[in-house]
Every structure is written in C-alpha cells, then in structure tokens.
Design a protein. Structure first.
Ligand SMILES: N[C@@H](CCC(=O)N[C@@H](CS)C(=O)NCC(=O)O)C(=O)O
Length: 209
C-alpha cells in the first residue's frame, strides 16, 4: 500500500474531505498538521508546489489543491462516482462548492482583517447571502431529483463529504439553519452517520471552518 502524508493546518478546512476519505476507506495516512503562526509554514511554503496547503504526498509524489487531492483519493478508493456521468456530476457539485466558497471567503478575509461592522454587514448582504441562496437552491434541486439522499447515485461520494463539511462550517458561522433546510440537514446527517466515520468524528479536533 502506498504511504500517504496529508499536510495542512490544524483545522478541518480544505483538507477535511480528504481526511474523511481516508477514514471512509479505512486507509492509514499521516495526518501532518502544521501549527498556524509558529513559523513552520513560512519555512516550508516555498517548497510546496503552489505555495499553499493542503498538499498530499504519495510515496514522494506531491499533489496540491484540495479538490484535486480529494478527487485523486476518491478515484483510488471508489468514491468518485460509478459512471462517467456520475463522475461529471460529482465534479460539477464540487465546482459549485468552489464557486460558493470563493464568495464566502470574502467574509472570512474581511473578519480576519478586522473590517468594520458596516463593511462586514455589506459583504454578508451583497455577497454571502445571495451566493448562499444560489448554492442552496442548486443543492436542493439535486437532492429532490436524486432519491437516495446522497447527491449523486446511490452511494456516498466525495461531493457529499465536501458539502456536508461545508454545511458544518456554515452552521458554525451562523449561515446554515437545519430547521430551514431539511434536505441539506438530512444529507449532512447521512454523511456524518456513516459507520466508518463515527470513531474519527467522535474524536476529531473541531474547528469553526
Ligand atoms: N485553491 C486552494 C486554496 C488553498 C489555500 O487557500 N490554502 C490556504 C489555507 S486554507 C493556505 O495555504 N494559506 C497559507 C498561505 O497561502 O500562505 C485549494 O483548494 O487547495
């Protein structure tokens, strides 16, 4: 079996879908967590392929970009969709997440930069809320069509992991209310109730994102 090392900050964030894939598949990996602000990342940044994390190292072969990593692992472990058509939809949903996250990230950046309450409110009302509406509408439409409770086909794929993780982060930020979004809430529960994830989820380090 290859030796896997996944390097990221000590939060769920963009690496968590890949961590979940390892647990879902029962494949051992080194969960290499870099402490934010202790200088370690600054020293290693230039040696990473794109100067960012996560990075997956497979027997010395490095892969950057969180969703490329997740897709690679999902293909290896059988969670990328069963047919080319399913795989296309899994990828489309993950791309939809990336579009949304690009918008949502504006809020995180503004908060971390210490922007004023007015500026934050403007980003929420003009960027985050409209983007969330589009995103939730698209996901609801998909779940209405696909009767399995998962987003694509009749089994769990990495798209379900990406979306469930993102819903948890949105809940932590106050942008996801399970009572108002029953289909999305059911998806999140279905993912987090997977028997092979239970032990990890019960013990993992929680983070806002
Ligand atoms: N599109 C990239 C974004 C990666 C990214 O923004 N990584 C951040 C952490 S979430 C990072 O490495 N920040 C440190 C830096 O840019 O120096 C992906 O999905 O992997």
């Amino acid at each position: 079996m290859p030796s896997y090392k996944l390097t990221y900050f000590d939060v769920r964030g963009l690496a968590e879908p890949s961590r979940l894939l390892f647990h879902l598949a029962g494949v051992p990996f080194e969960d290499n967590r870099i402490v934010f602000g202790d200088g370690t990342w600054e020293k290693m940044k230039d040696s990473t392929p794109f100067g960012q994390m996560p990075v997956l190292n497979v027997d010395g072969f490095e892969i950057p970009q969180s969703m490329a990593i997740a897709r690679f692992l999902a293909k290896k472990f059988g969670f990328a969709g069963k047919t080319p058509e399913e795989q296309a939809w899994v990828d489309a949903i993950v791309d939809q997440f990336k579009d949304f996250f690009g918008q949502f990230r504006q809020l995180i950046i503004a908060q971390r930069a210490g922007k004023s309450a007015d500026e934050i409110e403007k980003i929420i009302s003009e960027v985050v809320n409209p983007a969330r509406e589009t995103y939730f509408k698209a996901l609801n439409k998909i779940l209405e069509k696909n009767k399995s409770g998962f987003l694509v086909g009749d089994g769990i794929t990495f798209a379900d992991l990406v979306i469930a993780e993102n819903l948890l982060s949105l809940k932590n930020f106050g942008f996801f209310d399970a009572a108002k979004e029953p289909k999305l809430a059911a998806l999140k529960e279905k993912v987090f109730n997977q028997p092979s994830l239970k032990e990890y989820l019960a013990s993992r380090k929680e983070s806002q994102i």
